[in-house]
Design a protein around this ligand. Structure first.
Ligand SMILES: Cc1ncc(COP(=O)(O)O)c(C=O)c1O
Length: 409
């Protein structure tokens, strides 16, 4: 969602609330933007594609609840016992998929006893643990997906999940032997495969080529291992643009091609799963922090905001900056000629006494002064929960959920 007049007005209203006056930092999530993303997927996706929400992108319970209220969203993907507990407040066990490269015995035991829909098995060790646990607890067969680290590498994306040496999944060259071993385990039922390739993909053709590779792999596995792969889980992967140019992944062409691929391979009876995180919620969010100080130091200016890496670690951690905006508020200066930013390039940091505490850097800013608000858009995914909220024990930023117009003050 672009930073526009509506977003600006909403932030200005929220900054009049007492809790924000006392802790002038916050996240805003616009639910209408999430609804728009779900609607786009529903409109274009193949009929046999099921949409799951990858909770790790943003575990805010109001977002989880909102997605649950949309009938098109088939379920939720979790990756820990904590996420399971949150998911169970809103979803039935049959709507939950559990993924992740390191599941403890306790976590496995918990999800097996709850009877969630699918467990993503990421190693032979994990399969054997599930077998033992199901026997110990007298459970019926556990439905699993096998996560494969395919040989295919998607070039030039934010993050590769497959096609390289990785802790995620089982290497493609080992998967045939692993399937044959798992087939001998009486408590495990292989329902399908999980083939998450890459995150933050902006060009649809990259995923399209990968999907072709996966469909060939499915045919090979079915033939050589004599199994029926009912489910193909693509994981997440659809990206959002952080350049500020509002580029969009071409979802229409992507799903149109996927539809044709499904027809070509006669895969209409297989279930395709998309566990989307970044695409669903990344664009709905804004991080904001008041400018507390401006330092003119050794020929370069630094804006010091009320929150930094402790609230919003993503830019510093990934090296990818978020689009930046300044809301001017004309606060009275504390002394004449106090530093301002005027048509120059500056860094923006937070209140932590570490130089890596940066919200942004090398930014050309037309005008900013103390009391203004720094706004980072595209902050709905992997931002709040991926930050070091306990660092220096600063206050946590409030999270505001906006639906329609924001009127409350
Ligand atoms: C197993 C799994 N599924 C889905 C996702 C969501 O991916 P994205 O945010 O790229 O949509 C992730 C993210 O790391 C993941 O690990």
């Amino acid at each position: 969602m672009l930073f526009n007049e509506k977003v600006k007005k909403t932030i200005e209203k929220i900054y009049r609330k007492v809790e924000v006056i006392n802790n002038p930092t916050c996240y805003l999530y616009f639910l209408d933007d999430i609804r728009e993303k779900v609607n786009k997927i529903e409109k274009e996706a193949p009929k046999n594609l099921k949409l799951y929400y990858a909770m790790k992108a943003n575990p805010n319970e109001n977002i989880i609840k909102f997605l649950k209220s949309n009938e098109y969203v088939r379920g939720i993907e979790i990756a820990s016992e904590g996420e399971l507990r949150k998911a169970l407040k809103y979803y039935e066990p049959k709507d939950i998929i559990y993924t992740g490269p390191g599941k403890t015995q306790y976590e496995l035991e918990t999800v097996i006893n709850k009877g969630i829909r699918l467990i993503n098995v990421e190693s032979l060790v994990e399969a054997l643990r599930i077998q033992k646990t199901a026997h110990k607890n007298n459970c019926s067969k556990v439905d699993i997906l096998l996560r494969i680290n395919t040989d295919y590498y998607v070039d030039d994306v934010e993050e590769n999940m497959a096609g390289c040496s990785s802790k995620m999944g089982i290497d493609e060259c080992q998967i045939y032997d692993v399937i044959n071993m798992i087939k001998g385990l009486d408590k495990i039922n292989i329902k399908g495969i999980h083939v998450f390739s890459a995150s933050g993909v902006m060009e649809y053709e990259k995923l399209t080529k990968y999907n072709q590779y996966v469909f060939d792999l499915v045919n090979k596995l079915q033939k050589q291992c004599d199994i029926n792969i009912e489910i193909i889980d693509f994981g997440g992967g659809i990206g959002i643009d952080y350049s500020g140019a509002n580029l969009q992944f071409d979802i229409v062409k992507y799903f149109d091609t996927l539809n044709n691929q499904i027809k070509d391979y006669n895969f209409e009876n297989k279930e395709m799963i998309l566990e989307s995180g970044k695409y669903l919620v990344g664009e709905c969010g804004f991080y904001t922090a008041e400018i507390i100080d401006i330092k003119d130091t050794k020929n370069y200016k630094h804006i010091v905001a009320a929150g930094g890496l402790n609230h919003m670690r993503k830019p510093a951690a990934t090296g990818v900056k978020n689009p930046l905006y300044i809301i001017n508020r004309n606060a009275s200066p504390l002394y004449p000629n106090q530093p301002i930013v005027s048509a120059e390039t500056v860094d923006i940091g937070g209140p932590l006494c570490f130089s890596e505490d940066k919200l942004s850097w090398d930014d050309y800013i037309e005008f900013a002064e103390i009391g203004d608000i720094v706004v980072l858009s595209q902050s709905g995914a992997y931002c709040y929960s991926a930050s070091v909220l306990e660092m220096l024990s600063h206050m946590y930023p409030e999270e505001f959920i906006i639906e329609g117009e924001y009127n409350e003050i």
